[in-house]
Write a protein that binds this ligand. Sequence first.
Ligand SMILES: [Cu+2]
Length: 684
Amino acid sequence: MKHSTMAMGLGLMLTLMACTQNPVSVPTPPLPDPASVTVAAKLPTLVTVSWSTVPGASGYLLERRSDTGSYVQIAEPTTPSFTDLSVSGGVRYTYRVKAKSSNALSGGKESNPVTPPTLCSVASSSPSTKGCFGEVFDWLRTSALEDGQTRGVVPTHIGLLPDGRLMTYFGLDPQGQFARDNYKVLSQHNHSVTVLWDPAKGSGQDSFQRVDNLHTDLFCSGHVLGPDGRYYTSGGNLGQSTSANGATPNSNPGSNHTDIFDPTTNTWSAGPDMADGRWYPTMITLSSGELLMVGGNSADDKGDSNGVGAVVDTPNILPEVWDTVAGVIRPLSNATTDAASATFKYANNNQPAYGYYWHYYPWIFQDPFKDKQAFMAGSANTIGYLDTTGSGAWSAVSNRSLGSTLDVWRTYGTAVMYQPGKILVIGGGGAVTGANSTVRITLSGGTSYTVDPGPNMAYQRTHLMATLLADGQIFVNGGNTDGQNYVITHAVYESELIDPNEPNPTFRRAAMAQRPRIYHSASVLLPDATVLTAGGGGCGDSCDRFQPEANADPNHPGLTVNQPNGEIYYPPYLFNPDGSPATRPVIVAAPSAVNYGQSFTLQTDQPAENIARVTFLKLGSATHAFNMGQLFNELQITARSGNQLTVVAPASGRLAPPGYYMLFVLNSSGVPSAAKMVKIGGGP
Ligand SMILES: [Cu+2]
């Protein structure tokens, strides 16, 4: 066998040599190929390809084939590297790079074959219906500002940046040593250990970069990616010093700082101060591109001076709007919401009909029917519209009720606007039990809305996360059934999926996570259509002191409350029915920016008839059970020609507030491409 192969090879070589003696009809390519093409598989859905620069080339054509396929063009890079996010773990690929100029194309240089790791780190019996989780990987281990001790960062705050990296942080300390006495007495909470994760570098320690903020302790701040691609934060932790503000040890005063991270320079800068502090605020992008900041604790918080049952919290009652272009923060002084207000009451435990907790990460969304108007869906029972023009005004404020029945408290539940104007409120609860129930709120223009019961989850969940997937389904993960902040005894490891767009949507059980993701965990959709789930706990060395039983979950021995790590969820749409990885469509070219209502073309790697859907998801920014960034739009396909699709961008900032979105195409089997980042809305 070996002998005959060699003989055949020799024969071929002789034939080629004969040909080269008559080169008349073989033109020499005017552009050389790259001298070398290097590939590396860093994650199951990520291959980096780089090649040597070709002098005279204006750009490159990047092609890819699997062992069973032929070369298909997947990108037209202008620089000599590319991150391919549309690979399937376990499949062997070879890449080929051609240099191009205005009138020439080189013959093509091949890479060595590369095989990304398989998607599921734990064998999954039915990945095509449940998906699966990949390996658990450590977040950055680094030294704490406070005491110099090395700890793994608990990524409690996670936001996706336009370049595919993630901004993550806990705060002053990588792991939340706030329970320690010295943390409580610190009055200078003016810095944070903030960490970038670059998935293009894999998941090792060198994929993380520490970029400290030296202005604010960002623990429990609000945050959202702004229209200009910079990352904006609101508030944070002022510390718990009795000397600074007369607060009791159980107080949680908020910082009045705002901060801005510029991903193009990897630097933080201070924004304008707010009128008062915010600890646990929500921050969203309005249709205008301004940022709305609501809730959180005041800088004057006096805390829980009498223990549970007589909480005296000091909320920040003044919503504010940040015009990041002018650099001005505008108070909505007509929309304050204090205890004396007829509109809102800050009830204590004797008045559960009104939401004492509403000012902790309230669930706020841009109203798709009215510019600069927001809707608050909870977490307390009090819901309504907030007009942010002028000095602001609340309207149509009522209780979130189902008929004559008041909906349950949904503290640390969550809410997702899964289509413009359609909100699913999920789980949450009081301090004892989480709910497995859901509620649908439908905004219908003007100041109208309806509230209806939604389907139940399999599990009661508090401190859960709900993440919009590339196909518009919602992935629910984490949380615990007992609602307690730092107890994993009743953590929920099994995730759930729901397609809220079905006529009668139901939750379906999905893959089992390997780690508890409770209080202080977060999840966001990544550009490769997978979900990062990470963090949880953040109670430092004191967790065991808080909850000695925390490690006593008999089904998950050895796990701790603090989870300075992440694990990626691979949704069912990445698998064929038999569980093998699906072949993903590829967006070869798309505009990097579009205007509202604009028709634009996408080039894919295959006939456009194969592409069934185009979706458009705002970049996520998640913490404390709420994602302040994510939104979903389905784009209308108006024409198909060859490998090209014509689609229409969302009509307005009401549907898609200005900023960065992930554009996906899905094939007729529902398999998504990796996303192209597209900016909509121009300035600011
Ligand atoms: Cu917190």
